[in-house]
Design a protein around this ligand. Structure first.
Ligand SMILES: O=C[C@H](O)[C@@H](O)CC(=O)C(=O)O
Ligand SMILES: [Zn+2]
Length: 278
């Protein structure tokens, strides 16, 4: 396992960052390594995000020093989405089968977590996100069919997409972790415009299902001080609570969003009027 430490940033500092500095603080460029776990630990809401790519072996979630506990989930909860071939998560001996786009919520106190692929030639790819948790919610599989879907946007605005909510109260009990997956329709490239912030929570976007030469111009920054990051397939951007998080692609794409912070109310967003954006 490799874990990269990132620190929180004040928006007055962030507005002076050049491209390279923005990328160093807010972008995770690489998440997958065969039979490995690549994580980023951010002091923003103490979220941990990353990827697990089991091929021939069973990949165990160990607790590096940054986690500060004997096991990874002693004081945390975790969500994992499979974006690859058929996979398996084993949580304290209980086996969960995850097809493509199925997710699992793993509750606090789960001591032993392992990730596996059914077929090493068509490996599972798990995108994971973890937040601190101080109560145990039940570990459970949320299949793509069980997610709550919301069709939003329209083709004339190039933002027709389906927001799939997976880890949210009412669908799956959780302490502070909230996660879902948004799929853009062919011909639609914009997500989340008009944009919003939510001072109560940070948000992480993991973009995937992009062709090798496709890019998403991810928008971040305070609404009156926007910046962009050019993002490619399977890259991740962290948005502090003061930042918008929106993007436009050179093609359609999908992304997994996840939040951590002070509430688990999906609708708690501060919408930004177009007139305000700079
Ligand atoms: O706070 C919620 C999030 O930003 C996302 O759910 C937005 C999103 O998936 C979309 O607009 O497509
Ligand atoms: Zn948001």
């Amino acid at each position: 396992m490799k874990i990269d430490l990132r620190y929180a940033t004040h928006p007055e500092d962030a507005k002076r960052y050049d491209t390279e500095t923005l990328r160093r603080h807010f972008l995770m460029e690489s998440l997958f390594e065969p039979n490995g776990i690549l994580l980023t630990y951010s002091t923003i809401d103490r979220v941990v995000v990353g990827g697990v790519l089991p091929t021939t072996g069973s990949v165990a979630l160990t607790a590096p020093k940054e986690i500060g506990s004997p096991t990874f989930l002693a004081r945390r909860e975790l969500g994992a989405f499979n974006i690859g071939g058929p996979g398996r998560v084993v949580a304290d001996g209980a086996v969960f089968e995850l097809a493509n786009r199925d997710a699992i919520y793993i509750g606090k106190d789960t001591a032993d977590v392992r990730f596996e692929s059914v077929d090493p030639a068509n490996p599972a790819r798990f995108y994971v996100m973890s937040t601190p948790a101080h109560a145990r919610c039940e570990t459970r599989l949320i299949t793509a069919a069980q997610a709550k879907t919301m069709a939003v946007g329209d083709a004339a605005k190039s933002n027709k997409r389906v927001i799939n909510q997976y880890i949210l109260p009412g669908i799956c009990d959780t302490c502070q972790l909230v996660m879902g997956l948004t799929q853009l329709e062919p011909g639609s490239m914009w997500n989340t415009m008009p944009a919003h912030t939510h001072g109560r929570r940070c948000e992480v976007y993991f973009y995937f299902d992009l062709a090798e030469d496709a890019r998403v111009f991810h928008l971040l920054g305070e609404p009156t001080e926007t910046r962009h990051l050019v993002v490619k397939n399977e890259q991740t951007v962290i948005s502090p609570s003061w930042s918008i998080h929106s993007g436009v692609g050179t093609s359609n794409y999908a992304f997994i969003w996840g939040m951590g912070g002070d509430n688990v109310d999906y609708t708690d967003m501060d919408w930004v009027a177009m007139e305000t954006l700079r």
